[in-house]
Design a binder for this molecule. Structure first.
Ligand SMILES: NC(=O)C1=CN([C@@H]2O[C@H](COP(=O)(O)OP(=O)(O)OC[C@H]3O[C@@H](n4cnc5c(N)ncnc54)[C@H](OP(=O)(O)O)[C@@H]3O)[C@@H](O)[C@H]2O)C=CC1
Ligand SMILES: O=C(O)C1=N[C@H](C(=O)O)C[C@H](O)C1
Length: 254
């Protein structure tokens, strides 16, 4: 995502790529960010997070939870804005983000693509209509390098459907099945994860009834939609003092 974000910033006429951060020891530190994407960027990659945050109005972070929280602390210290695309946070780590957003503005979303966020709205409607007699399963597929499962997007889909049905995902989620599982409990929401090759990101929510199945699917063909969405998030935060937002807020879908 780092490469996609550099490219998206350079392509956007109203955005300036102020700094590019990588962690200490990375072979890219000290080199021009443009080397990563094959076009000049005029920004030297730094491992100095304080200097990188200082140079920017808004930090866009797609790393790992521990890295994001370290960077968030610096954003908070300097009173800047932050767009967080990282997934795989624990409940405690999410609470830390919410706490930081009391003093700085944050967009935190498991999927920045406009299409996925449209699907989130469709799921609200589907769940309200298909509230009885339909078994709900969330199926997602991603590339072999993805380290968290289920994806943040799949979990958000589960949360949305559970909320509409008055269920608590904490207690009704089933993550994979094996062996003699017994018949399906109709109150559960199942998750299945596929990892392989270069799949950018596919998500399906299946509502399986008697005599019919409804599938709501989104397929990403490129990561550019995530990067462009993140820039929309950054623009949305311009001029805001604090608050925790997601892409539903950014896109006016609340
Ligand atoms: N919200 C959305 O729309 C999307 C979210 N994502 C999420 O974004 C995250 C990143 O995905 P992706 O780009 O594919 O992952 P990559 O593994 O390709 O990149 C992660 C980058 O973060 C760096 N990093 C990891 N830990 C730290 C740290 N502690 N401090 C500083 N840098 C760190 C890594 O550095 P190094 O190589 O040195 O380890 C690497 O450069 C994932 O959580 C993914 O799920 C991805 C796409 C879309
Ligand atoms: O790691 C990825 O690639 C992606 N991660 C996000 C997630 O966990 O939902 C968003 C997208 O699916 C790509």
């Amino acid at each position: 995502m780092g490469r996609m974000l550099i490219e998206a910033c350079l392509d956007a006429p109203d955005v300036e790529l102020a700094a590019v951060f990588d962690r200490a020891g990375s072979p890219f530190v000290g080199r021009d960010a443009g080397e990563l994407i094959g076009q000049p960027a005029g920004v030297t990659i730094t491992d100095d997070i304080a200097a990188a945050v200082q140079a920017a109005d808004c930090v866009i972070d797609f790393t790992l939870p521990e890295g994001t929280l370290t960077h968030l602390a610096e954003v908070e210290r300097q009173g800047k804005a932050m767009v967080i695309g990282t997934t795989g946070f624990s409940a405690e780590q999410k609470a830390r983000i919410a706490q930081a957003a009391e003093s700085v503005p944050v967009v935190f979303a498991p999927n920045m693509a406009v299409g996925v966020n449209a699907v989130f709205k469709l799921l609200e409607v589907a769940a309200r209509i298909l509230d009885e007699g339909y078994d709900i399963e969330v199926i997602e597929a991603h590339h072999r390098l993805k380290v968290d499962a289920p994806s943040g997007t799949a979990l958000r889909m589960g949360e949305i459907v559970a909320r509409e049905l008055g269920r608590d995902l904490e207690t009704c989620a089933i993550y994979g099945r094996e062996g003699v599982t017994g018949v399906r409990d109709e109150q559960t929401i199942g998750f299945s994860t596929i990892r392989g090759g270069d799949v950018v990101g596919d998500h399906t929510v299946l509502f399986a009834g008697i005599g019919e199945r409804i599938e709501i699917t989104h397929k990403s063909g490129s990561r550019v939609s995530y990067a462009r969405g993140a820039l929309r998030g950054a623009r949305f935060l311009r001029g805001r003092r604090n608050g925790l937002f997601d892409m539903q807020d950014v896109l006016g879908l609340r």
